[in-house]
Design a protein around this ligand. Sequence first.
Ligand SMILES: [Zn+2]
Length: 216
Amino acid sequence: MRKFKFLRLGIVLALILFLAGCGGEKGQELYEVLRVIDGDTIVIDYNGKEEKVRMIGVDTPETKHPRKGVEFYGKEASEFTRNLLEGEKVKLVFDVQERDKYGRLLAYVYKDDVMVNELLIKEGYARVLTIPPNVKYADRFLEEERKAREEGCGLWGHEKEVPDKEQVYIGNKNSKKFHLPSCEGVAKMKEENKVQFESRDEAVDAGYAPCSLCNP
Ligand SMILES: [Zn+2]
């Protein structure tokens, strides 16, 4: 009899520890998503206060950047997060830092039991952006990114449509700017100043800046 009692106590204890473990891992609180700012940033009702949440470890293409403007797939990423989260309830899990230097909450955002940060990478709506010390899922995210890129998912599809081999860029040795071949800047350029690059990266690595007219 005694033996069974201990066994039962053991099972109850294990169950309590298990449940406590889950709670600690995910956070129990649910927060309403008031609006979506862009693919990786949302505004929630945080205990009665409006707070911005930046999802950790991911970067979606810009839609409101003062300099970069709207980047490829930025709108799609915003739409995806909006459709998924606006008006919904989410759970937050923090990493090492609870806030960034702008005062935004930094979190892994869970809708039901799906981590949205990871989902964004999986579906090709975001790139991995790891900022130490918040690196808990960095390896997992990179693995998902590799798969998405291989499949040409979402924002990675763009790179497959325009292979570097077909697109060349023309640099100006004098101004250290580079252009699309169709740019009027190229038409005016002296032959001796022309230098051809096989990819955008090659031009940037050589110290050339993109022309503001043709925006290569
Ligand atoms: Zn140009």
